[in-house]
Design a protein around this ligand. Structure first.
Ligand SMILES: Cc1cc2nc3c(=O)[nH]c(=O)nc-3n(C[C@H](O)[C@H](O)[C@H](O)COP(=O)(O)OP(=O)(O)OC[C@H]3O[C@@H](n4cnc5c(N)ncnc54)[C@H](O)[C@@H]3O)c2cc1C
Length: 416
């Protein structure tokens, strides 16, 4: 990029999955794109590493599936649902077939988050986007539509553009500076993650289950490491904080959750251990004049149901298509995107609340509900609707499945 007063079509703030995917698509379409990323190197911040089947379909639409596979990604075609006294070994006999969720998609794509970001950033650069890293002090001047100031390598810069895209994650500066309000739900659970080596986990098998007072998830990768998460009741506070967090985390894990041949004694942390209160959030408005938000910046879904990467890719595709199809970039062009996203997130928020009750209920009543739900879904597929939508895409499930009456029926299953 040349002088300090350059003018481009699009400035994207944030080079996570959402920002990079959008940069690729827009640069390929011939727009001049500048992507501003705060970090100089992507690190493991314990983020999403399992792209569920509908997100894989989005990655394909965007032409990014191969980049994710080349970044060390691999497919898991099965979900082993164990826990509540059922061992991994027993549950593996009747694992959920993830290849059935979206026609032609082999399953969930597991990939390291920093590797995925690096690969997509590289794709964006190859497509012609200009990438600036180590960017600080983003400022969107009030009343000056189509302008952005920032600093990089200790130099202040100013760019003019047709639109600024806020792809800068949960604490989005673009959202804050354009005066948009974020509303967050009260956390019901805490979730912690740790990448583990030393466990010879079958690479095609994701796993999840609830045992005692913990819910766990595991996503093995081709390279032999396994991304694991643990969830517990938020009332217990953070169980894995401080310098002993990784050791505390390993003590919480139970061998019940492990495939044959895996021994917790051999498990070794391969990254940081971090815990977060789990919630979701929404913005009632995501396209102020001269800007639009994508990914977590626009409001997120509770990570318990693993939707954030798919949401980010769908957002990137829809915003890219909107800009490609419209000559005049008036805020009204985003009406379709905003409406689709609002309904998508409404459904996913219902699904997350349901998943929290079903998977992160640790009382006898909650265990009973899980048992009965597993029996009832064999007879009435509507009861699995929201959770199927997490795999196939929330729009693929009949709207009635998200109706409060259906959710009440599921929750009532726990009553004796
Ligand atoms: C514990 C946990 C587990 C999860 N598990 C899953 C899962 O299994 N599957 C799934 O699909 N999702 C999961 N998610 C959610 C998923 O990680 C996120 O939804 C997704 O990463 C959001 O992508 P994004 O690009 O919108 O934002 P981010 O990943 O937050 O990227 C934002 C980027 O913007 C940059 N940035 C921020 N501020 C600025 C600034 N001022 N200037 C310039 N750059 C800036 C950041 O450095 C970052 O690179 C999980 C989340 C958590 C917390």
């Amino acid at each position: 990029m040349s002088g300090a007063a350059d003018s481009v079509d699009v400035v994207i703030v944030g080079g996570g999955i959402a920002g990079c995917a959008l940069a690729v698509k827009l640069a390929e379409a011939g727009f001049s794109v500048v992507l501003l990323e705060k970090s100089t190197r992507f690190r493991d911040h314990v983020r999403g590493e399992a792209l569920l089947p509908w997100g894989v379909a989005e990655a394909r639409e965007l032409g990014l599936e191969q980049a994710l596979l080349a970044a060390g990604g691999g497919y898991a075609g099965a979900l082993v649902a164990c826990g509540d006294g059922v061992s991994y070994h027993e549950a593996a006999q009747s694992a959920v077939d993830l290849s059935k969720a979206v026609p032609g998609v082999p399953g969930a794509l597991n990939v390291g988050h920093p590797d995925a970001c690096e690969a997509l950033l590289h794709s964006a650069e190859t497509a012609g986007a200009q990438i600036l890293r180590g960017v600080v002090d983003i400022e969107i001047p009030a009343g000056e539509e189509g302008a952005i100031r920032f600093a990089v390598a200790r130099r202040k810069r100013r760019l003019r553009c047709r639109i600024v895209v806020g792809a800068d994650g949960r604490r989005s500066a673009v959202r804050r500076q354009t005066g948009l309000r974020l509303m967050s739900s009260t956390p019901r659970t805490y979730g912690a993650g740790l990448l583990l080596g030393g466990l010879p986990w079958p690479t095609g098998e994701n796993a999840g289950g609830t045992e005692g007072d913990l819910h766990y998830l595991a996503f093995p990768r081709e390279s032999g490491v396994v991304r694991t998460y643990l969830f517990w009741d938020a009332a217990r506070g953070n169980l894995v904080s401080g310098s002993s967090s990784a050791q505390d985390y390993l003590h919480l894990l139970s061998s019940q959750f492990l495939p044959d041949g895996c021994d917790l004694g051999g498990a070794a942390p391969k990254g940081p251990c971090a815990a977060f209160p789990m919630n979701d959030s929404r913005c009632d408005h995501i396209n102020p004049p001269g800007a639009v938000l994508v990914g977590d910046a626009a409001g997120w879904s509770d990570p318990l149901i693993g939707q954030g990467l798919s949401i980010a890719l769908r957002d990137a595709r829809m915003v890219a298509e909107t800009l490609i199809w419209n000559r005049n970039w008036h805020p009204d062009i985003f009406r379709g995107y905003c409406a689709e996203r609002a309904e998508r997130m409404r459904r996913l928020h219902i699904s997350a609340r349901l998943a929290t009750e079903l998977r992160c209920g640790f009382t006898a009543e909650a265990r009973n509900r899980r048992r009965k739900w597993n029996e009832e879904v064999q007879r009435d597929v509507q009861l699995s609707g929201p959770l199927l939508g997490n795999l196939a895409g929330p729009e693929t499930v009949a709207a009635e499945a998200y109706d409060p009456s259906v959710i009440r029926r599921i929750l009532a299953l726990g009553e004796y």
